[in-house]
Design a protein around this ligand. Structure first.
Ligand SMILES: Nc1ncnc2c1ncn2[C@@H]1O[C@H](COP(=O)(O)OP(=O)(O)OP(=O)(O)O)[C@@H](O)[C@H]1O
Length: 700
């Protein structure tokens, strides 16, 4: 056990910020004290995570998930990481879509979660509350002193009137200036802390989304997640920023107002306070309603966002089918639902605000009535009545302010419930835990052993039953089979996007469930049938393949593009490598996208390659260029290629034919072709027949 003092938090903050970081695997022991442990691997030192400092990171670390680099510092040989000792069991593995509406049961824990979010900002918030106390004290002392001024005006003799009035007014001016400054400081500190909380909330939520297994994304709609990330966090943020600040001020002022009223006239204050119980009762009912309607509104908004997001991102299809009007009507239907909920909320809110506003006015009226009677019996001076009237006025305003705080808080809790569900969801697969093979152990031999599998969303429809297939290290295995036979599913299982229901997938004899998925994926390159590029420059898209894109040089990118036969077409673009490719690479042709994707995979330099050959016909030149690039990419690696072209099948070391949930034939191209009754022969004959027909049609 080492004791270190030189790794300060300040130093840790200087760390690089280029994406997620590889977590240490086996943590031997961690202490909350400033001690470190060596976790089996001599390069990794682990520091305890300071309680509270990084609440948002805690949640992602608990499940061994993505490690945000802000808390990782590379120091010559060592990677220093903050890590939590917590073995928190609060994480509920309930899928988001199975959670039901249990608002009323969860209020205390939800409020606690809101407070947990605010915990890292406790010093700023404490300072803000300090300033709040000062500014409220000033505001609330004003009526008292103004009452004194009025009594001075009424009772002072002429000679000392001017000097008393002047000194009182000068003193009050000073007090008001202090109050103004304290108020400004309160607003500033509250706003900054609130925004920091929202920022942390968004980061935590995004981190939680990124950690979920692929099966989760099969079940959960993208629009729903986007809505949570943008709209729900905004609602929770609003509840924690201006609202919290105004709410605390209203609460403090109402409390101080009532206190001062009790001080000036206890009997009158008791009379006025009779209004509180009915308002509190009303507020509880209103709060419950608001929480539930807020949740329903956010759900309805998510459905509308989902529809809009899907249609806008597939605008070409909508346009090609001329469905703009139909889509507009569908969207209008969704937002009508949001509007209906808003109408219900408006009716109930109108009633609540009406009653709280009325009660404020009743307080003033009752002070005037009761105070008038007390003045008539000379039990109260005109100055005291004036003070009480001003306090009553403040209390009235504070009740209105507090009602609005309360309603925003309830809405925030309603939206927050949706966020906690997602943030607490424990992914079914770990992201960064498990065995890492040493370079000399890692050969790249792949094997499917008696694998049975059905997709989690369609458990009753089996894709594989006792499928076995092996790819020797450094060889090329082409997989062919009818459409829907499960060729792409093989790739998904090798990437461990899903786990088999029985049997196992192995790499160098190790079940991939024992291997660290993050490590495994860093050694697998994929080029899919329709590669997806990101909406950034071509250079950035190619660099995305590297483990550390910030370390990639322009020369590395050029070299990868040259090998992938992409350099020439990229240079023909006016902005060359800085050309932005549009959403999903829509501004490039199919063949160009494929070659950029091949360059991206080349930069990764993986041991294992999983390729899904494009089925869409490329023109002869493009096909040649892509084929040539693929051959260069495959050289010296273990390759599983879903083959559609005869040339690929011929050049593979072995071919596997998939059909009826298993591999029905394996062998070299020549061996399989020699089997007259085999499926491979039939598939090839069919393809040859189709190709001959196409050629004949071309020359007619
Ligand atoms: N995420 C998913 N969830 C549920 N079912 C899926 C999923 N992906 C694919 N399937 C189903 O699994 C079966 C196998 O699909 P897969 O894409 O592996 O076939 P394939 O042989 O690659 O087909 P093709 O040659 O047409 O690309 C299909 O019936 C498909 O509908």
């Amino acid at each position: 056990m080492l004791r270190i003092t030189r790794f300060t938090v300040g130093k840790l903050r200087q760390c690089r910020s280029d994406g997620f970081y590889h977590l240490p695997n086996r943590i031997s022991r961690i202490s909350w004290k400033r001690q470190v442990c060596i976790n089996g691997s001599p390069e990794v030192l682990v520091l305890p995570l300071y309680k509270g400092r990084t609440m948002s990171q805690l949640s992602c670390l608990r499940s061994g998930g993505l490690f945000l680099p802000r808390f990782v510092w590379k120091h010559s040989r060592h990677t220093v990481a903050f890590y939590s000792t917590s073995t928190d069991s609060k994480q509920t593995p309930t899928p988001v879509d199975q959670q039901d509406n249990k608002n009323s049961l969860r209020v205390p824990s939800d409020v606690k979660k809101l407070l947990d979010l605010a915990y890292p900002q406790r010093w700023r918030l404490s300072a803000a509350v300090g300033f709040l106390v000062i500014s409220s004290a000033v505001t609330m002392s004003a009526p008292f002193f103004l009452g004194r001024v009025i009594d001075t005006i009424y009772t002072s003799s002429t000679e000392d009137f001017t000097s008393s009035l002047t000194s009182l007014c000068i003193m009050l001016t000073g007090v008001f200036l202090c109050g103004g400054a304290a108020n400004a400081a309160r607003v500033y500190l509250m706003q900054i802390s609130g925004q920091q909380i929202v920022r942390n909330l968004r980061e935590s939520l995004f981190s939680s989304i990124l950690r979920q297994e692929v099966g989760f994304f099969d079940k959960t709609r993208t629009g729903e997640l986007i809505n949570r990330l943008s709209a729900d966090t905004a609602v929770v943020g609003r509840c924690l920023t201006d609202n919290l600040s105004d709410g605390l001020r209203s609460l403090a002022q109402a409390g101080a107002g009532v206190g001062m009223m009790l001080y000036v006239s206890p009997s009158l204050a008791a009379f006025v306070l009779m209004v509180v119980p009915p308002i509190a009762f009303l507020a509880i009912i209103f709060g419950r309603f608001l929480r539930s309607i807020s949740r329903r509104t956010q759900d309805a908004l998510a459905a509308a966002t989902q529809l809009a997001e899907e249609r806008i991102s597939n605008m070409r299809t909508v346009r090609a089918f001329g469905k703009e009007l139909m889509e507009l009507q569908k969207y209008a239907g969704k937002i009508d639902h949001v509007f209906d909920l808003a109408k219900k909320e408006a009716v109930v809110s109108a009633g609540f605000y009406g009653v709280t506003g009325l009660s404020g006015n009743f307080i003033i009226l009752s002070v005037l009535y009761k105070g008038g009677l007390l003045m008539a019996s000379e039990a109260m001076t005109v100055g005291q009545l004036s003070s009480l009237l001003m306090y009553a006025f403040w209390v009235g305003i504070s009740i209105a302010g507090f009602s609005s705080f309360y309603s925003e808080l309830m809405k925030g809790l309603g939206a927050g419930t949706r966020l906690w569900e997602l943030m607490d969801r424990k992914p079914e697969f770990p992201l960064n835990e498990g065995l890492v093979l040493r370079p000399e152990q890692f050969k790249g031999e792949l094997e499917f052993r008696n694998v049975s599998f059905a997709y989690p969303t369609r458990k009753d429809s089996s894709i594989f039953q006792n499928l076995s297939l092996s790819v020797p290290a450094g060889s090329i295995m082409a997989v062919v089979g009818p459409s829907g036979s499960g060729k792409s599913t093989l790739v998904s299982l090798l990437l461990r996007l899903y786990d088999p229901d029985s049997g196992m997938v192995t790499v160098d004899g190790h079940d991939i469930r024992d291997l660290n998925p993050y490590w495994l994926r860093s050694h697998i390159g994929t080029v899919s049938q329709e590669p997806v590029l990101f909406s950034c420059s071509i250079a950035e898209n190619i660099a995305y393949g590297a483990t550390d894109p910030s370390q990639v040089t322009t020369q590395d990118i050029y070299r990868a593009a040259q090998i992938a036969n992409a350099h020439d077409f990229i240079q023909d673009f006016p902005k060359s490598y800085d050309t932005v490719v549009g959403e999903k690479g829509v501004l490039l042709s199919g063949g160009q996208k494929q070659r950029v994707a091949i360059a991206r995979a080349l930069l990764k330099n993986p041991k294992i390659l999983l390729l899904d050959e494009a089925t869409s016909a490329l023109d002869a030149e493009n096909e040649f260029l892509v084929q040539e690039a693929l051959e260069r990419l495959m050289h010296g690696r273990s390759v599983l290629i879903i083959a559609h072209r005869l040339s690929t099948i011929q050049s593979a070391d072995a071919v596997a034919v998939l059909d009826r949930h298993r591999v029905v034939e394996t062998g070299s191209h020549a061996q399989l072709l020699a089997n007259d009754q085999g499926l491979f022969r039939k598939l090839m004959e069919k393809q040859a027949f189709l190709q001959t027909e196409q050629k004949q049609a071309l020359f007619k």
